[in-house]
Design a protein around this ligand. Structure first.
Ligand code: XMP
Length: 270
């Protein structure tokens, strides 16, 4: 702005026109974008242009209109379309947008509960890493992050023996308020065991937050303090949840087709 303001009217117009021409060439060659103005965008770019040009000189209407056209976002950029449904997914249960809104809600609850106290989010690997990373970025108060790794499923869909592969360091647990974050609360065995273990290792308090809650399969009396969605008794994948190590990267949550977990081998090549 300082550089523009120091130019006189005629010089500024020359620089403006040169900039516009270069910009239009770039837009044409790279994005093939149209430069036709949109009403809303013109308003926004008009205020930017007025800050840029008003104090020291007045551009004539034609040059200013051209400036606005060039400063506005080009038309014709497609909106993000929903991702194609994976061929192994029977149906989408929660879309990206629904997931975002659900996490917003739970993040507000967690923020209200821990405001004024430091706490540690303990993400249960691997399944909750996607959820935990989205959740913590919506919690605007100080927190620390730690990980615990537990596996209970192997490559099947039935609950197997629970193995805890590693815990956070003792200094991350002792005397701390912990929020254990998991992808899904199913039988409840994993979280019940982890809560007991964290308390045994000296945590001051332990609460739990799950992305999905599947009460139909509960084998314990475990109740999560926070949960984003309840799901029916389907094997679900996506958004961190896997089957035989696959599908974690789907941006939505879907029910896996029965034939995928009933066939002898795990899904090939995905
Ligand atoms: P429990 O039965 O201990 O299970 O509450 C918790 C762990 O089991 C896994 N799990 C699933 N993973 N789709 C998945 O991808 C499911 O429907 C499902 N149900 C349970 C998950 O790792 C969770 O942490």
């Amino acid at each position: 702005v300082g550089r523009w303001a120091s130019l006189r009217n005629g010089e500024a117009r020359k620089v403006l026109w040169a900039g516009c021409a270069g910009r239009r060439r770039t837009m044409r060659s790279s994005a093939r974008a149209s430069v036709r103005p949109r009403a809303g965008a013109v308003c926004a770019s008009a205020s930017f242009a007025s800050i840029l040009f008003a104090p020291s000189f007045a551009l004539d209407c034609a040059a200013a209109a051209f400036a606005r056209r060039e400063l506005c976002a080009p038309r014709g950029i497609p909106q993000a379309s929903p991702p194609p449904v994976h061929e192994d997914v029977e149906t989408i249960l929660f879309t990206e947008a629904q997931i975002g809104a659900g996490i917003d809600r739970v993040a507000r609850e967690v923020t209200a509960a821990y405001r004024g106290t430091g706490f540690t989010v303990v993400s249960v690997l691997k399944g909750s890493c996607v959820f935990a990373s989205d959740l913590i970025r919506r919690i605007p108060i100080p927190l620390e992050l730690a990980f615990v790794s537990a596996s209970s499923y192997g490559s099947g869909v039935e609950s197997g023996t629970l193995e805890v592969n590693f815990f956070p360091a003792e200094s991350e647990i002792r005397g701390r308020d912990l929020l254990l974050v998991d992808d899904i609360l199913d039988t409840g065995r994993t979280l019940a065991r982890l809560v007991d273990e964290m308390k045994r290792r000296g945590a001051r308090s332990v609460r739990t937050c799950v992305f999905l809650d599947k009460p139909a399969r509960r084998a314990t009396s475990f109740v999560a303090d926070y949960r984003v969605f309840e799901v029916e008794d389907l094997f679900v994948v996506g958004y961190g949840l896997d089957f035989a190590g696959h599908y974690r990267n789907l941006p939505y949550v879907g029910a896996l087709k029965r034939e995928c977990y009933e066939r002898p081998r795990s899904p090939a090549g995905r």
